[in-house]
Design a binder for this molecule. Sequence first.
Ligand code: FES
Ligand code: FES
Length: 203
Amino acid sequence: MSEDTPTGFSRRNFIKGVVAAGAVASSSAYLFRSTLLHGQPVAGGVERLITLNVNGQDRRVDVMPQETLAMVLRYKLGLTGTKIGCDRAECGACTVLVDDVPHYSCSYLAHRARGKKIVTIEGLADPATGKLSAVQQGVVEEQGFQCAFCMPGFVMAATGYLKTNPNPTRQELAHGVSGNLCRCQDYDKILTALMRGAELMRG
Ligand code: FES
Ligand code: FES
């Protein structure tokens, strides 16, 4: 059976066309994502190779303008301690510190974090000794979580809150981490663990 159609359009030509179109699409995508064209800045271009300071280290990473900090931390830097629960600023599982302030990293563009100090759950322990932070130690001692999916977010939120109020009442600390949700819903135990962390932090 001939590959040629009555119009002279062959299967071979069709495949050639697809491959060519793909190549055109790829090269135009490459041009649009680049900030330089023939050595000159492209209007509207955004630099993709950026430096993020994460857990005290400068990390070079290729980031699209629309990528969130949570996605970059987890899938480009391998810091999977930061969890993604809702991915829309509702649950707090993705909480990290940016310049010591807790933020939902699922709703924070990675480009916006340039020049800031990002701390994730992996960055809380002492890098030299591996000693856990006070809040982490409180969680270990009180066994405050069930499945612990929400735990990194709570620990980061509490760590950030305790920087502003190191000696909170139980109610104040509950308010301080009220942007975080737990699907297992043992908030009382979580709070006991975080209060223990606050106590350890004060020494
Ligand atoms: S994953 Fe970011 S707030 Fe839920
Ligand atoms: S302990 Fe399971 S989601 Fe919080």
